[in-house]
Design a protein. Sequence first.
Length: 181
Amino acid sequence: MAHAQRHPGSAGRHLPTAEELRIWRNYLETAEALQARLATRFLSETALSAGDYQVLLALSEAERKTLRSSELAALVGWERSRLSHHLGRMEKRGLISRNTCAGEARGIDVRATDLGLETFRAASVPHLRAVHELFVDAFTPEELADVGRLTGALRRNLGLGQDGTDQDEPGQDGVGRDGRP
């Protein structure tokens, strides 16, 4: 399998070919369909939305199960306003708590509550089962290894680390991040 090999005669070409566009569209449509099916199934089998799970995953991996809201926004890839509204809904359900940062009037610490962590753990089993059924089971072991190599090439091209962080940012262990709903 060729790695990052350029097509002959494409050195000056800046636009994808018809075949490259077909592959690109298939990739996007498939990734979107997979995410939609995972999210739908997740919501029907658990008490959490995909967004709730992302937030609780990040908090469950954090020291003291707490993150600054700005750090949390960066980890889940959301704008601060979207996160703030979502956290308000989660707080009303008792999944998280928000408190002013000690010594900083403007900073907000977000902490997973015991109920939030319990709900997250209960939701993990059906979620991981769905990931296995909808993603892992679609491939032979060799094909899955190929997907890993292709994903690695894309991540390198985008400057991403293997755990979902930028390469030059120190990240946590990232366990579970690739399987988010």
